[in-house]
Design a protein around this ligand. Sequence first.
Ligand SMILES: Nc1nc2c(c(=O)[nH]1)N[C@H]1C(S)=C(S)[C@@H](COP(=O)(O)O)O[C@H]1N2
Ligand SMILES: [Mo]
Length: 531
Amino acid sequence: MTTTSPATRPDVPGTGGGAPVAAAPAWHGALDGIVAGLLTVGLATLVAAILEGLGASGGQPAPIAAVGGAFIDRTPSWLKDAAIATFGTNDKRALLVGTVVVLAVLCAVVGMIARRRLTAGLVLFALLGLVGVAAVLSRPGAAPSDIIPTVLGTMAGLWFLSRTPATSASATAPAGEGAPSPARRWLLGGLVGGAAAYVGGFLSGGSAAATASRDAAAAAPARAAKVTIPAGADLKIPGATPFIVPNQDFYRIDTAIVVPRLDAAQWKLKVTGMVDREVEIDWAGLRSKPMQEALITLTCVSNEVGGDLAGNAVWTGWPVRELLAMAGPKAGADMVLQTSADGWTCGTPLSTLTDDRNAMLAVRMNGEPLPFEHGFPVRLVVPGLYGYVSATKWVTELKVTTFAQDQGYWTPRGWSPLGPIKTASRIDVPRTGASVKAGTVAVAGVAWAQHRGISKVEVQIDTGPWVAARLAADASIDAWRQWVYEWQATRGSHDIRVRAYDGSGQPQSPLEARPDPDGATGIHTVTVRVD
Ligand SMILES: Nc1nc2c(c(=O)[nH]1)N[C@H]1C(S)=C(S)[C@@H](COP(=O)(O)O)O[C@H]1N2
Ligand SMILES: [Mo]
């Protein structure tokens, strides 16, 4: 018996009898911490997925996504812009990777501390768990029971860490011949944690009911008045953005770390606030409405001059003005605060949702049910307004209110409460830095001024005169318009500029302005070499 008693066993082979202790390398402690962290996150992910599957959760993501989400909501907008600028629409992935890396480093440090002072290590590890719990609770719509996964996971991690062999002879953690070798502990712990994370991710990512409801929607298209796209709307210039952007190439911007996967059968949209009567519509109710198709170009307010955070699609939906009319907005209301299933909000001028424009509750994008990333089952699309004040994905509530009383997610973060889209134009080909052959070169791109239309696009080579480009056929005042200029290119380095005029003949602003607070302006310029 005495040979297995921790108190009488030295932790490190070759020590004992008061001889100085040979410390295990520091990375042993780091690995302990990382494996404990993996166990925690893995089990929490699995438990969260199981609870969600049982319908016993507020639909809150596992701790990593919660920490990432809480971080996003607290990030100053310059950092968010930098992330979008650096990682583009991969900013979510970058954030997740960043969260994991930071967490791994913290766990490694805690593990190293635990090797020296077990209690201190355990306390610090528990604190990390608490941060996770706080993050989960801070998510919109969180219920107290949503902390269960993170608490259970943290307990597993603590248990693992508490079995760490200490590096000093005075510590009492069990180790030695009776305990598994460190490599075996790491392997076992890592395997269990990794497998739990994998299965949990698989279970929640798959959200079977949501996928099934989307498949069903795909099989039963809504009846809708079709839109006709004039043949000449797409000039088909090689390398230029297509007139209709396929769904998988469409830019994606939102604050959701994990894409909400809603089951259409469970979806409901409420109209609340300053209305004569609250109304509610569900999926079946919405699908029975007469729908219409419309060509609408979405644009993100964060788009830089020449940037690609804009896309054009055929949207199918029911005019939102009809739903609002059923509710009857009260006099004095001037804003609709839209809310999504993941708690994001935006404030839209009531008038833009009730006038005759094609502001719609969209259910299809380019003939398919909305992709999950783009708001399945239902999102708003409002011609003429930047997405951050209008285009709520996974929409669940429309509160009729006032700008004086309410504000959308981005307003306290430095963005204007109002976001009408500014006239803009972009050169798609040739690209900056390209080399082209002397002779005729097709300079081409897009121009947009949603809900005002584009009346003219001009191109300037170096310091030459502004000359008119040829416009593609006009498909809709709500959609962008392609243009092309047949340039007689001569040898040397050249700057090409573009500017657009909206439907009323107003030129776009040539002044350079940053995206915040209400949209970038300036002239897109590309520099090319002609050989
Ligand atoms: N629920 C939700 N909807 C949202 C957002 C968001 O963060 N959450 N972002 C908005 C912004 S800023 C833009 S530009 C558009 C982008 O729509 P897309 O991702 O389908 O291109 O969605 C809008 N709708
Ligand atoms: Mo946006």
